[in-house]
Write a protein that binds this ligand. Structure first.
Ligand code: GLC
Length: 416
């Protein structure tokens, strides 16, 4: 019994420690993902090498065309800040194997191709805008001779693991404090094959406050649902998403999400206790595609008014409506109306007493009536007061709870 409670408290202590180092991240809610590499030169998605079966020697020619303009990362960082993002995660090496950082372990890296450490530039730019810094690093590698061989050749595996661990060590040593390590695609090895436990122990020794995602084959600090929002139970999570349909620059991909859709996604993540990592795919010279800039500016203009309904939001038990979504801080409930229904409408099943309501834009009080089944709002404008989403702030006398089952079971029905 004793031993059990001993190890139990060690687990509790580790969880407390995790909570401490992740606090800023939970509050931050919104980050920028940046996919940039040689694939940007071709401009047909970051998987172009594999999907179009381009041989390594041919693909390597792209290094001759990869000539970034001076300091593109400054533009990204300014844009991230403007959009209301609090951290940035950049591809230091994607599946193509080309390293944007200075590495002693291969010549296939930006300093040897264009004389610049693009990761150093990124870190400096993010920090100077007051943003936290994350490194994406792909374990899968289509360039390295051992990248595939490692799956069935033990000598190759050992060499490749040394290479990968060595690069992760460089990333965690040469750039000051790093806030997030964002691994990707452990194919073709398992956590044992990558020796991920040893690797992540090294990472935490070098960067004691770093938080690590779940893609080195180990769960670590947070889950990473991709291109959809799926909350993890009892674990931190971050939904990562593209603005169109590719992560890397894709010239012809015009499937852009609207700023409204992006804000709705962010609100859903905040409501369910998660983060939202939204991607840009800069062009080969580092310029952010015009459409992404336009979208992020619009997102930022809404965030500058209503960001405080997102940052530090706590999980919210009010979820049901077909025209609004919700976030919560303490006893405050923020109603984010994305399809404005007009002057009179209601939220069903709200079982907590609402003390007052106001239009956040103007501070104007909103008239309300509440019974045990619904809270009704009256005297609102016919047209949406705000675009793309109007926010109404409710002050409740406890943590807002919605119980649709209570409505279903107890609503007065017509007697027979
Ligand atoms: C996937 C893709 C990759 C992208 C990543 C982002 O694993 O392979 O291209 O970088 O997801 O989550």
């Amino acid at each position: 019994m004793k031993a059990q409670s001993g190890s139990g408290s060690a687990v509790d202590a580790a969880e407390l420690e995790r909570k401490r180092r992740m606090q800023w991240w939970h509050e931050a809610k919104f980050g920028m993902f940046i996919h940039w590499g040689l694939y940007s030169v071709i401009g047909r998605h970051e998987w172009v090498m594999e999907l179009e079966a381009i041989p390594v020697a041919e693909y390597e020619q792209l290094t001759k065309l990869f000539r970034p303009k001076p300091h593109p990362a400054k533009e990204w960082a300014k844009l991230a800040k403007l959009a209301g993002m609090k951290y940035m995660v950049m591809t230091t090496k994607h599946h193509e194997g080309f390293c944007l950082f200075d590495t002693k372990l291969t010549d296939y890296c930006a300093p040897k191709v264009c004389g610049r450490d693009l990761v150093a530039e990124f870190v400096e730019a993010a920090r100077s805008e007051g943003l936290r810094v994350g490194f994406y690093y792909s374990l899968m590698d289509w360039h390295h001779p051992d990248g595939v061989r490692c799956a069935h050749d033990e000598e190759a595996r050992k060499r490749f693991v040394e290479y990968i661990h060595g690069q992760v060590r460089e990333l965690c040593t040469n750039y000051g404090k790093i806030d997030i390590l964002w691994y990707d695609v452990p194919w073709p090895l398992s956590a044992e094959g990558w020796e991920s436990e040893r690797m992540n122990r090294m990472v935490r020794e070098l960067q004691p406050d770093i938080i690590i995602n779940n893609r080195s084959g180990l769960p670590e600090d947070f889950d990473t649902p991709e291109q959809h929002i799926r909350p993890s139970v009892g674990r931190a999570w971050e939904a990562c998403m593209t603005m169109n349909e590719s992560w890397g620059y894709h010239k012809a991909d015009d499937a852009w999400k609207t700023p409204k859709q992006i804000l709705r996604n962010l609100i859903t993540c905040a409501r369910d206790g998660g983060n939202y990592l939204l991607n840009i795919g800069p062009m080969p010279d580092g310029t952010v595609p015009e459409e992404s800039v336009r979208i992020l500016e619009e997102v930022g203009s809404w965030m500058s008014k209503h960001g405080d309904t997102i940052y530090g939001a706590e999980p919210c038990a009010v979820k049901s409506s077909v025209f609004a979504n919700f976030t919560r801080k303490g006893n405050k409930l923020f109603v984010h109306v994305y399809f404005w229904p007009g002057s009179e409408w209601a939220i069903g099943g709200l079982r907590t007493k609402v003390l007052s309501a106001k239009l956040r834009l103007t501070g104007e009080e909103v008239k309300l009536e509440q019974d045990e089944f619904r809270v009704r709002f009256k005297g609102l404008p016919e047209e949406p007061p705000e675009q793309p989403i109007t926010v109404i702030e409710l002050e409740c006398d406890g943590e807002p709870i919605q119980d649709m089952m209570f409505v279903r079971q107890n609503m007065p029905r017509r007697s027979v």
